[in-house]
Design a protein around this ligand. Structure first.
Ligand SMILES: C[S@@+](CC[C@H](N)C(=O)[O-])C[C@H]1O[C@@H](n2cnc3c(N)ncnc32)[C@H](O)[C@@H]1O
Length: 455
C-alpha cells in the first residue's frame, strides 16, 4: 500500500525537512551547544540580523561558528570548564559542564552571588541593544558585576553601582582578575594555609563603616585591605592591592561555604577554592592573549541607584536587574562578608531597595516608590534613542500573601516598571519572556524589558 507521506510528499516533507533553527538562521551560522530555550533563540536571531559576520565572530554570544571561523565565545569557553576538587559531587560536575557556554567562562564563576545574571544572555542583550565597541553601558545595581565583566571583554566601556560595599569589592576583584598577573597567584597556591590564616586574623577588626574611603573602597574595607597588605605575615608578592583583593575574595567565598557546609574544614575549602580561582584566571588570560582581547575600561562604584553620580545623557545603554521586591534579603545573605568588612549593616539597610521598612507591607510600598526614583534616574542618564533593559520577575506568592489576594492577581513587577518607564519617557520596544529553571522556589518566569528613551 502506498504511504500517506508519499502521496502528499511535497508539502509535508518540505515542512518537516527544515527545523526551527534552519528556518531562523543562515546555513553558515552554527549555534553553540545547549541553545535550547526560546529566549536564547530570540537573542541569537537578533544577533544574526544585527551583527556583521566579523562582529558575530568577535562579540556574538550564541554562535560556535560563522562559516569556517570559530567565534571568540566558543573559543574562550572551550576546554575544561573549571578545576574542581576530587571530592566534588557528580551533580556539581554536570552543572559546570551544562553551563560551559552560559556562565562558565571569564571570571563569572568566581563567587556564588545569588541572583546573578547569565553572562551569555547579557552578551546577547548588549548586542541586541545595538551596543558596539567604544559605546558605554551602565548597570546601576551591578551585584557581582556581570554586565561590566561582559562589556569589558566586548570593548564596551562600562560603569556599575551598588549600594553594598561588598558588591563593589566583589565586582572590582572579578574585573581586575581578568588581567591579573599569575605568578603571585601560583605562589599563593604553594602556601594556602599561610594566606588563609592571614585573612582569618584580619577579621573582624575594621570598625564601623564611615562611607567612601580612599580609591573608592568603603572606609572599613579599605582598612582591612590596608592592614592586610602592611602585615609581615604574607609574602611580599601577595601584597599588591589587586592580588590581595583577589585572595580576599577567595577567602570570603570559602568562609561562605564553611557556613553552609561542614563537609570540609574551612582551610581545605579555601585551598580548593583558591585552586579553582587561579585556574579560571590562567584560562582566561591564555584565551585573551591568544585572541587579542583588549579589555575596555570598567568602573565598579559604591553608590545609590536612586541618586546616581552621573551626568545627564552619559550612557549609550543601561542593563540591570533590580531586587524582585523583598524576595531576597541581600544583606542577610552577605552578612558574614559585610561584618568582616566592618560595615554598619543597619545603616546600609536604609539604602537598599526592597529592604527598607519594618513590615513587609512597608517594604513593598517603599520598593514601589524607590523603583520610581531608579527608573527616573535611568532615563536621565541614558542618551535619547538608546535602550534600557531590565530583567525582572515577581515573587507573586509572597506579595499575594501580604496583600491577601491570590498569587495570579498580583500585579507583576514588570508591569509596574513599564508604567514607571512610560512616566519617565522610556517606552517598551520588546518584552522577552524567560523561564527560570532549576530553582526550588515558586518563581517561574522572568522578563527582559527593553525600553527605548524617547527623543
Ligand atoms: C538582582 S541583584 C543584581 C545582580 C547582578 N545583576 C549580578 O549579575 O550579579 C540586585 C542588586 O541591587 C543592589 N541594590 C539594592 N538597592 C540598591 C540601591 N539603592 N542602589 C544600588 N544598588 C542597589 C543589591 O545590593 C543587589 O546587588
Amino acid at each position: 500500500m502506498e504511504s500517506v507521506l508519499s502521496t502528499t510528499a511535497s508539502p509535508i516533507a518540505s515542512t518537516l525537512g527544515k527545523g526551527i533553527r534552519e528556518q531562523l538562521f543562515r546555513p553558515e551560522l552554527v549555534l553553540l551547544p545547549q541553545v535550547n530555550e526560546v529566549y536564547e533563540l530570540e537573542l541569537a536571531f537578533y544577533e544574526s540580523q544585527l551583527l556583521s559576520e566579523e562582529e558575530l565572530i568577535r562579540n556574538g554570544a550564541y554562535f560556535a561558528r560563522v562559516g569556517d571561523s570559530f567565534t571568540r565565545h566558543f573559543l574562550i569557553c572551550s576546554g575544561k570548564p573549571v578545576k574542581l576538587p576530587d571530592y566534588s559531587s557528580s551533580r556539581l560536575r554536570a552543572f559546570f559542564k551544562t553551563n560551559q557556554f552560559k556562565t562558565g567562562y571569564a571570571t563569572h564563576g568566581l563567587f556564588p552571588y545569588r541572583g546573578k545574571f547569565h553572562p551569555q544572555m547579557i552578551k546577547g542583550l548588549l548586542n541586541a541593544m545595538g551596543l558596539r565597541p567604544d559605546d558605554s553601558v551602565l548597570d546601576p545595581m551591578m551585584g557581582s558585576g556581570t554586565v561590566l565583566i561582559e562589556a569589558s571583554q566586548m570593548g564596551i566601556t562600562s560603569a556599575g553601582l551598588d549600594s553594598s560595599p561588598f558588591c563593589r569589592f566583589m565586582a572590582s576583584a572579578k574585573l581586575s582578575a581578568l588581567s591579573l598577573s599569575c605568578d603571585p597567584l601560583q605562589e599563593a597556591l604553594k602556601h594556602p594555609e599561610v594566606v588563609f590564616k592571614h585573612f582569618q586574623k584580619l577579621s573582624p577588626s575594621a570598625g564601623p563603616d564611615k562611607g567612601n574611603g580612599k580609591d573608592g573602597y568603603s572606609a572599613s574595607l579599605f582598612s582591612v585591605a590596608e592592614k592586610g597588605r602592611s602585615s609581615g605575615k604574607i609574602p611580599d608578592l601577595l601584597k599588591p592591592a589587586r592580588i590581595h583583593d583577589f585572595l580576599l575574595l577567595a577567602y570570603l567565598d570559602s568562609a561562605g561555604y564553611a557556613l553552609r557546609s561542614t563537609r570540609k574544614s574551612p582551610e581545605e575549602q579555601f585551598a580548593a577554592i583558591l585552586e579553582r580561582y587561579v585556574f579560571v584566571v590562567e584560562k582566561f588570560q591564555k584565551a585573551a592573549a591568544a585572541f587579542g582581547i583588549d579589555l575596555a575600561k570598567a568602573e565598579a562604584l559604591e553608590g545609590d541607584a536612586r541618586a546616581m553620580p552621573f551626568e545627564d545623557e552619559s550612557f549609550d545603554g543601561i542593563v540591570f536587574s533590580p531586587p524582585y521586591s523583598f524576595a531576597i534579603d541581600y544583606l542577610e545573605n552577605d552578612l558574614h562578608h559585610l561584618n568582616y568588612m566592618g560595615t554598619d549593616v543597619t545603616a546600609l539597610r536604609e539604602k537598599m531597595v526592597g529592604l527598607r521598612g519594618k513590615t513587609k507591607k512597608q517594604k513593598y510600598e517603599n520598593y514601589n516608590s524607590d523603583m520610581a526614583l531608579v527608573i527616573r534616574e535611568c532615563s536621565r542618564v541614558l542618551k535619547p534613542g538608546r535602550i534600557c533593559s531590565i530583567v525582572v520577575g515577581t515573587n507573586n506568592n509572597q506579595i499575594g500573601n501580604l496583600l491577601g489576594i491570590p498569587p495570579e492577581e498580583v500585579r507583576g513587577i514588570d508591569d509596574l516598571l513599564l508604567q514607571l518607564g512610560s512616566e519617565s519617557g522610556l517606552k517598551l520596544v520588546r518584552r522577552i519572556e524567560r523561564q527560570i529553571v532549576g530553582m526550588a522556589n515558586t518563581m517561574r518566569t522572568e522578563f527582559i524589558l527593553m525600553l527605548a528613551k524617547q527623543d
